[in-house]
Ligand binder design. Structure first.
Ligand SMILES: [Zn+2]
Ligand SMILES: [Zn+2]
Length: 746
């Protein structure tokens, strides 16, 4: 069987009937394309149609068969096809299944092994030594490259095998079809491991384990040979540093510790070669390092007991078949890789667990010292399995992500969510979900995963990518057409006069939307951020969006960075209109206006109650991390709470908190409250300075107009607030009228 492209032999399981949008030229036999932009299409003759996947596979254009995209990523059928095509299962089954041009023959491996495993010869007396040494060095270097290459291929082949297993677990109906290919892959991994084992020395690895167990030996700081390095305290420091470097390098290497003798040169590196005593110091240092190696050999004599261990391999580097960011087992030292290659008796590449049969010193080191490999004894492994049995992965079927009508959706399973994570790297991070307990909610993927893992039943209604285009297109146009390219600033100046119609606008949701569009312009998918913003608006607590790392420790920002500016205004509310009136009539007092619909506005700060050392900051502050977002370490308080937060101590640079953007009605009320507060300030001034005979006609006119207007009932949640607002304006008007009617004589 051949693998590599999507052919009718590939079983489609429950996705066989999934509708696929295709483009084709007229005619029953013409090829079907996944996109109208396929390079194999002859110009201008294709029309779109919708066919079941089963029928599509029969007539696929070879180019599109390989690279798709046949369905929108994130949909059920999109996940299935993503798992097969591109760098998915078909690619994995076609690679590392047999020896290729990179694989070394058994003879090549044997030759390299002879060079790598032989003990070094002491030929210092030989007159031809120099030339021979150079040849030996070159041959040995080539043998080392063979070893590096074999170990690298072994890791890549194992990672490929794991990825193939992982995909098959999600779509189990593919297993019988893939079986032959999977066997070949497993055999090839075993062959490469066996080659790697031939090129590594078990004696060297055991000696390195012994190095890791050594304590610092006595160091001859008073030795006259080292006097040229400085005072005995300096010599002691230098020798300790030499010991540390030697023991760290030797312990983490797959070479024998004696191969690190050259570190002795480090001790005299800073000393001129003409200086008297340098040679003697170097010789003494070499003796010292050689003695450390000899001490190991004395300790390691004789047969050693062996122990069984279970090792769990780290998952990093498995997600990307091209290993762009990180390669599988890339965090392991040479020593750890060597141990795996030499002593693994059984490797489960699907479950990423390896059984080792190792000499006692190696076992002792693996069990006692920190390592990227987590090791358990067989007894511990049984206990761990009993404590947390691994749940079987559920198969992915249609009906969860948006390829069916909402009324027919099934509840999302851990398997569905795992498929989403494994297959699509650019996965949507926010989901509009429905549950019986909570009704509709917008949840970030990690939160949804955690709740589903705990047994929660959720139905996915939409991800950001599913949102109707009409919703986005209208706003996209509206927000870009009035913008003149080039001289369209990102940040607009803040307006301080409350009488200005745009006062408070910078705090509003509409400004947030403008910013998202402005900041996302020119990016690869400019509407992605806007779509994401639309859903993120529904997230109850924005700190839920602050979880930037998924279960495997990989960074996945829940929202694209411009969205933070869409959600949060990195500025503070001026709350003076709502603060109590100062009895002494001071100008800086408040007006005691009701908070109305501003009471529940969310503010995010590092420290609302002044509990911690230092000032409170907003997520935008330079004093904070570089990320322009929230984390769970932030406090969430409402404006009402902030008004009473006497111990809140804001940073002068950032203002101490960010404001969750205000709705249009909230901005309107905020502006009105500031206008009334300003009028009140003017009235107070007139009352305080009767002698100046200020012309207050326009002020009076303005107050009369305010008094006559009815405030929108959307501004207040409670009746008494509306009465409070109206009474405040009436009282101002009366005070001013009284003064104008009875001016005090000057
Ligand atoms: Zn095509
Ligand atoms: Zn700050």
């Amino acid at each position: 069987m051949t693998y590599g492209s999507l052919t009718p032999e590939v079983p489609l399981g429950p996705f066989a009937a999934s509708p696929i949008r295709v483009w084709s030229a007229p005619g029953k036999a013409s090829k079907l394309h996944a996109t109208e932009h396929c390079s194999r299409i002859r110009a201008g003759r294709v029309t779109p149609s919708e066919l079941p996947l089963r029928a599509v596979v029969e007539r696929m254009c070879p180019q599109c068969a390989r690279y798709g995209p046949w369905a929108r990523p994130g949909t059920g059928v999109g996940l299935f096809l993503g798992a097969l095509t591109g760098l998915g299962l078909l690619h994995e089954l076609g690679s590392y299944g047999e020896a290729d041009e990179d694989t070394f023959t058994d003879d090549e491996v044997k030759q390299a092994a002879v060079l790598l495993l032989q003990a070094p010869q002491d030929d210092r007396e030989d007159p031809d030594a120099d030339e021979e040494e150079e040849d030996d060095w070159r041959a040995r270097r080539e043998a080392q490259q063979v070893r590096d290459s074999v170990v690298g291929q072994w890791r890549s082949a194992a990672a490929s095998l794991h990825r193939a297993h992982r995909l098959l677990a999600l779509f189990p109906w593919l297993k019988p079809w893939a079986d032959a290919g999977m066997r070949l892959k497993a055999d090839h991994v075993a062959l490469l491991q066996q080659q790697a084992g031939q090129l590594l020395s078990r004696e060297a690895l055991t000696a390195a384990a012994d190095v890791a167990a050594l304590g610092t030996p006595a160091l001859p700081a008073e030795d006259p040979a080292f006097a040229l390095l400085g005072a005995p305290t300096v010599v002691a420091e230098e020798l300790t540093s030499l010991w540390r470097r030697w023991s760290c390098q030797a312990a983490d290497s797959w070479e024998h510790p004696r191969e690190h003798d050259h570190l002795a040169y480090d001790l005299v590196r800073a000393i001129s070669s003409r200086r008297k005593g340098r040679e003697a110091a170097l010789e003494r240092a070499q003796e010292l390092v050689a003695a450390w190696t000899l001490a190991l050999r004395a300790g390691a004599a004789g047969e050693q007991d062996e122990r069984m261990l279970l090792v769990r391999l780290p998952e990093q580097g498995l997600d990307d078949p091209l290993g762009r960011d990180e390669v599988f087992l890339g965090r392991l030292s040479e020593w750890e890789l060597g141990v795996l290659a030499c002593w693994a008796t059984n490797a489960d590449w699907e479950g990423l667990t390896v059984t080792l049969r190792v000499p006692e010193p190696v076992a002792a080191r693996l069990l006692s010292q920190p390592s990227a490999l987590s090791c358990l004894t067989p007894e511990q492994a049984v206990a761990a399995q009993d404590a947390a049995p691994r749940a079987p992965v559920e198969a992915v079927r249609p009906g969860v992500f948006d390829d069916t009508p909402v009324s027919e959706r099934r509840a999302v399973t851990t398997g569905d969510l795992r498929a989403l994570r494994t297959i699509s790297r650019e996965v949507d991070q926010l989901y509009l979900v429905l549950s019986v307990e909570a009704g509709p909610e917008v949840l970030p993927l990690p939160v949804l995963e955690a709740r589903v893992a705990r047994g929660g039943r959720y139905v996915v209604v939409a991800a950001a990518g599913d949102l109707p285009d009409a919703l986005v297109a209208a706003r996209r146009e509206e927000l870009t057409t009035d913008a003149v390219a080039g001289d369209d600033p990102v940040w607009t100046p803040r307006i301080h006069q409350s009488s200005h119609p745009d006062f408070g606008r910078s705090l509003g949701a509409a400004e947030g939307e403008r910013l998202v569009v402005r900041l996302a312009r020119g990016r690869s998918r400019p509407d992605a951020a806007l779509r994401c913003l639309l859903l993120a608006r529904g997230v109850a607590d924005l700190r839920d969006l602050g979880n930037r790392y998924d279960a495997s420790g990989e960074r996945r920002d829940p929202v694209p960075f411009p969205v933070w500016d869409g959600l949060l205004a990195m500025e503070q509310l001026d709350l003076r209109p709502f603060r109590p009136v100062r009895e002494d009539g001071a100008q800086r007092g408040g007006s005691g206006l009701p908070l109305g619909i501003l009471a529940s506005v969310q503010l995010y700060t590092t420290d609302a109650a002044g509990q911690f050392e230092g000032r409170a900051h907003s997520p935008d502050c330079q004093h904070q991390s570089r990320d322009r977002g929230l984390s769970r370490y932030y406090d969430l308080v409402t404006v009402e709470q902030m008004l009473d937060a006497e111990r809140f101590d804001p940073c002068s640079k950032c203002g101490g908190y960010a404001t969750r953007r205000l709705s249009t009605t909230q901005v309107d009320y905020y502006r009105a409250a500031h206008q009334v507060h300003d009028l009140a300030q003017q009235v107070r001034w007139v009352l305080a300075h009767p002698d100046l005979g200020t012309d207050s006609a326009s002020l009076l006119a303005e107050l009369k107009q305010r008094d006559a207007a009815t405030s929108p009932d959307t501004w207040f949640d409670a009746d008494n607030e509306e009465r409070q607002w109206n009474r405040f304006i009436r009282r101002l008007l009366q005070q001013l009228q009284a003064t104008v009617a009875h001016p005090r004589p000057s």
